[in-house]
Structures are given as structure tokens and as C-alpha cells.
Design a protein around this ligand. Structure first.
Ligand code: GRF
Length: 197
């Protein structure tokens, strides 16, 4: 019986696509639901084109009430009975009301070499710091933002003349390799740190 994977998105969903496309043949997991917090997320159509069920849990009606949003999100997730939840460009900060509910089942990908640059604007911060190496991290989700146990990291060189956009594109290409590789290991209970390349 395959493990059931739900994927949370907020935008284009390129990481979601990489994850969905990786769960085939002898992979121990299968995607069962893609949830977005916005109805206009481009990733929703990509999921539907791949035959994956989708749902929208709009955060805006719950403005200022994170717990109400997370209660609705938890209910939609419960119905899907996920064994693993992959946050893939999901741009909402989540509280203990959600994290405690799914403890041990949640992964996230962050576009920096944590613990450097948690939060936003990671590529601009790496360039401003003069870093010569950048990358991305897959980690377990805890109540502390971008700080859960690390499961994988992928490094890329910073090139002369890089802008935040050119660096983001180079890192994103590695995200698409790292996240599926970590998910497959996580699905068989391997929590050891994977380093790419
Ligand atoms: C990725 O860079 C990811 O690391 C960050 O948000 C971006 C989402 O990209 N969390 P996509 O929606 O997966 O294309």
C-alpha cells in the first residue's frame, strides 16, 4: 500500500510538479491531494493536469485568525488521510495548532543553506553577504520558522554578476532534484541528511 502524500502550495508549484512526477513505478508514495491557500495558484492546474485532486483553503476569510484558517486546513487534510505533507512554496506561517496536529509528517523546502537566511529574500541576502555558495534545504516542519531537523541540502555556486533572480533560478533547479530525493528517503523512514551534489 503506497504512502499518501498531500502537497501544500501557494504559487506556480514547480516543486509540487517535481514531487508528483517522481512518485511513480516503485516509489513507496503517491500524491493524493494538492492544497493551495489561493484559488489563483498556477500549480492547481498543473496538479489537475496530472490527475491529482486539488483543494483551495483560502486564508483571506480568516484574516487575522490563523487558528480558524488552520482548523479549516486541518479538516481538508484529515479527509485526505495523508501520511506525509510536503510544503512546496506554501507561503503561510503556521502555528502550533497545525504543526502539533501533523508533527513528524511535514516537510518543507527552503531556498537557502539553513541555518543561514531563514525567512524571505534569501537570494538577495546571500548576494549582499558576498556568499560564493548558495543552495536549498529540505527540513522537517516545526513551530520555529525554517528551523526543523534538516533532511537534505543542495549547493550551487554563486556566479559573478548574479542577481537574486538568476541565483533563484539556479537554486530552483536543484530544489527540483533535492525535494523528490528526500521525499523518497523520508517515505522509507530514512532521516539521514542527504547532500547534493
Ligand atoms: C521555491 O523557491 C521554494 O524554495 C520557496 O518558494 C518557491 C516556490 O516555488 N519556498 P514553486 O511554487 O515550487 O515553483
Amino acid at each position: 500500500m503506497s504512502l499518501r502524500v498531500a502537497i501544500l502550495i501557494s504559487g506556480g508549484g514547480s516543486n509540487m510538479v517535481s514531487l508528483v512526477d517522481s512518485m511513480t513505478v516503485d516509489h513507496p508514495a503517491r500524491p493524493v491531494l494538492v492544497i493551495s491557500n489561493t484559488a489563483d495558484a498556477g500549480g492547481l492546474a498543473k496538479a489537475e493536469a496530472r490527475g491529482v485532486a486539488t483543494a483551495v483553503v483560502d486564508h483571506r476569510p480568516h484574516k487575522g485568525d490563523r487558528q480558524a484558517f488552520e482548523t479549516e486546513l486541518n479538516a481538508v487534510l484529515e479527509a485526505a488521510r495523508p501520511d506525509i505533507i510536503c510544503h512546496a512554496g506554501f507561503m503561510r506561517i503556521l502555528t502550533a495548532h497545525y504543526v502539533d496536529h501533523w508533527q513528524g509528517k511535514m516537510l518543507n523546502i527552503h531556498p537557502s543553506l539553513l541555518p543561514k537566511y531563514p525567512g524571505l529574500n534569501t537570494h538577495a541576502r546571500a548576494l549582499d553577504a558576498g556568499d560564493t555558495i548558495a543552495g536549498c534545504t529540505v527540513h522537517e516542519v516545526t513551530t520555529e520558522l525554517d528551523a526543523g531537523p534538516m533532511l537534505g541540502q543542495a549547493k550551487v555556486p554563486v556566479m559573478d554578476g548574479d542577481t537574486p533572480d538568476t541565483l533563484a533560478a539556479r537554486v530552483l533547479a536543484m530544489e527540483h532534484q533535492l525535494y523528490p530525493a528526500v521525499l523518497r528517503r523520508f517515505a522509507i523512514g530514512d532521516r539521514s541528511l542527504l547532500n547534493l551534489p
